[in-house]
Structure formats: C-alpha cells, structure tokens
Design a protein around this ligand. Structure first.
Ligand SMILES: [Zn+2]
Ligand SMILES: [Zn+2]
Length: 349
C-alpha cells in the first residue's frame, strides 16, 4: 500500500492509503522524493482554478523522484536504469501540434499534466502513462543536488522562460516586483544574465532581506517609497531597462509600464486571479515603444536549462526551500504556503 493526498473537491483534501500502482506495459512507476507546493495547487484546492481537475486526484507537479519500476517495454523506451534520480516538467505534450513544432510546447493543444489530469507528487508513488514515458520527459538529477532543490526545477524553468522573454542583458537595470520564491529566482537569474542593478520592490521586510541575500542590489518598500524615484536615481534619470511582475497584482501593471525607459521591456510573469482586469494607459506602450510580454509555464528546453543551472550551483535553490513536511502533514504544508509564511514549502514522503 502507499499513501497519497487526494483532492476530493473544493477545500477538501484527504490522505488515503491505496495500492501501489503496478505499471502496465509502456508505463513507468516513480517513487516520489520531494514535491513542492505551488500557488496553483492552492488555487485548485480552493476550487478557484480547477483546470478540469476531476477528483479524486493527487495534486502536485513540482516533483523530484526515483525510477521505481517499469512496465513491459518501458525501460528500453525511457532508457534510464531503475533507481535513477529524476525530475520532470509537469506538462505532457504531443510533440506534433502546431505549437509543439514551433517551440511553444507549453501551449500544446493536447497538453495534459501531472497533478491535473494525472495523479501528481503528493504521494509516495506516481504512475507515468505510456505516452508520457515515450516523450522522454525524465531528466536525470545528479547526486549532488538534494531532492527538495531538484523539485524547484519546474518553477525555475518558468523563470527561465520569463527571462528569455525579458531579454535581460549585460548592464541592464532590472526592476522586480515581488520577492517571493519566484521573484528571488528572477533576482538570481537577472544577476546571472549580467544586470548591473537589480531593484526589488517588496512590502515584507523579511523578503526584502532575502532579496538582498540573493543578489538584489537595492530593495524598496513600495508602501513607503516611490519605486520610480529609486529606479531613476539608479538609471541616470530614466526608467528601468526591464521590469518583471513576480506578483499577480493587476494594479501593478500600469506602474511597471511607467517604471521602464522608452523601448523598455515589461514581463507579466505572475498569473492574475479571475479575469485579471487592469487599467493601464495604452499610450505608455504606444509612445514609449514598450515591449510587453507574458509568461506561462515552460518548455522542456527551459526545464533542461533550469536543471543544469541548479545542478551546477549557478542558481542556489537551497535558501528558497524554507519548510519541509512529511506527507502526513501535507495540510500544514498547504497552510504555510497559503499564509505566505515562508518561501517554497516541500513535501517529502
Ligand atoms: Zn508550479
Ligand atoms: Zn502539441
């Protein structure tokens, strides 16, 4: 038997003991080593954004695992020995649709995902269906990278996607709004990309401290100071080269448009609740010739880059893991995430 945390309906999740899945031909069985709690998990559980998740379903898509066993024929297809430490992007893509073949596989028209359509990582084992095993979506995790940190490859891959869209480059002044785990990843990535100044706007003193520790050159409390003034003081009287929204506050969009220089780049990284309606002055984009991009999920190439950055210690995910809970305390793990009491919260069965 194995234990899993099953989403049963809005605000209902329960630990259940069920038989360990036996992989059918073509399938792979993973033993979960770590699964991080994502804001999306909270939105599904609260019933706000179920994305067609049909209960009972094990949530969790930020996964580090070990290959436990294979169904007939799967070992040769996947090509990794039993016992290999792995992580994986949550999205199972078709590889054949218009978006898959043009490098936009995160927009695959037949995209399915673990923790949504298939059982995810808040359990002791997870079954990988045959069509997913055929997609070669398991990435090997080196022994030097702890499972809890490897589970952050998925959010980091999304950040890699956002950084590509933002085109942070040598000498840039970058403004990052929000210093949660995602904002802190953007801080590290922006420094890695050569930004000369990374200014972080964040109301929480503890998170501002974290941002400084992770490479922010300046932090500002937006409830006390004018962020635009801070940017202009650093950028020779002009706006930032790049502004990234790492928190989903619609009202912030107009501010980000005001805070970049002519020709500057604005990336709306974080998702917005509901319709996400915001009032902006479209002329800021028109006259300023601004480039506004969005970011949603990641491609397997983003994932490969993210895991390499973690594996080689170029991005330090250690301090981003603030809490660890055993599976039996999965509810507490969700509560801590909901309260924003820490950074990334990881469940380790
Ligand atoms: Zn996530
Ligand atoms: Zn596709």
């Amino acid at each position: 038997m194995m234990r899993g945390a099953f989403f049963l309906g809005p605000n209902e999740m329960a630990l259940r003991d069920v038989p360990v899945p036996v992989p059918a031909p073509g399938e792979a069985l993973l033993r979960i080593e770590a699964c991080a709690v994502c804001g999306t998990d909270l939105r599904i559980l609260s019933g706000g954004k179920t994305r067609g998740v049909v209960p009972p379903r094990v949530l969790g898509h930020e996964i580090a695992a070990t290959v436990a066993s294979y169904g007939e024929g799967a070992a040769a297809v996947v090509g990794l020995p039993v016992g290999t430490r792995v992580t994986l992007p949550p999205g199972i893509t078709c590889g054949a649709c218009r978006f898959c073949v043009t490098g936009l596989e995160n927009h695959c028209t037949r995209r399915e995902a673990f923790g949504y359509k298939y059982d995810g990582g808040f359990a002791e084992y997870m079954l990988m269906p045959a069509h997913a095993a055929r997609r070669q979506m398991l990435f090997t995790v080196p022994n030097s990278l702890p499972a809890a940190e490897a589970s952050l490859a998925e959010p980091l891959a999304c950040v890699v996607n956002g950084q590509r869209k933002s085109q942070v480059t040598v000498g840039d002044v970058v403004l990052i709004a929000g210093a949660g785990p995602i904002g802190l990843m953007h801080v590290q990535m922006s420094r890695l990309a050569g930004a000369r100044a990374v200014i972080v706007s964040e109301p929480s003193p503890a998170r501002r401290e974290q941002a400084l520790a992770m490479g922010a050159t300046e932090v500002v409390d937006p409830t006390v100071h004018d962020v635009g003034d801070v940017i202009r003081a650093r950028a020779g009287g002009f706006g930032a080269d790049v502004a990234i929204a790492a928190i989903g506050v619609p009202g912030l969009v107009h501010d980000l448009l005001r805070w970049v220089r002519p020709g500057g780049r604005v990336n709306l990284f974080a998702g917005y609740a509901g319709a996400g309606e915001a009032t902006i002055s479209a002329n800021l984009i028109h006259y300023g010739e601004l480039v506004v991009t969005g970011t949603s999920a990641c491609t397997s190439e983003d994932f490969r880059v993210a895991l390499a950055l973690l594996s080689e210690g170029r991005i330090d995910a250690g301090p981003l893991v603030s809490h660890r809970f055993p599976l039996a305390e999965v509810h507490e793990a969700f509560d801590v995430t909901r309260r924003g009491a820490g950074l990334r919260v990881v469940v380790t069965p």
